[in-house]
Design a protein around this ligand. Structure first.
Ligand SMILES: [Zn+2]
Length: 101
């Protein structure tokens, strides 16, 4: 049985939808944008109130070969374990200007 959800660090951010600081929830979904020689990967968070999405950058404009194939497959499959791993990665959250309290 695959895990369906996970508890991750509580994350706050100014929401572009409600215009207020809100708690954002790890959606467990990734967005991958491959554009020729460069790939972007985001983990999508959603505003707890209005569901406005906020993409947290995992990879930005990297060459496709730079991302391990297995990891790339996890992104494509929206692997919940990987989503949880990033959701608990404080450095990753801080890099994306997430407020943790
Ligand atoms: Zn909102």
């Amino acid at each position: 049985m695959k895990q369906q959800s996970c508890s991750t660090v509580r994350v706050f951010h100014r929401c572009g939808g409600c215009g207020k600081r809100q708690e954002f929830i790890n959606s467990g979904k990734f967005r991958v944008n491959a554009n020729g020689n460069s790939v972007d990967v985001w983990l999508i968070y959603r505003c707890k109130k209005c569901k406005h999405s906020w993409n947290l950058t995992i990879f930005e404009r990297v060459k496709p070969g730079k991302i391990p194939q297995e990891l790339y497959g996890h992104f494509m499959d929206n692997d919940i374990e990987i989503a949880c791993k990033y959701g608990n990665d404080i450095d990753f959250l801080k890099r994306n200007n997430a407020e943790l309290k």
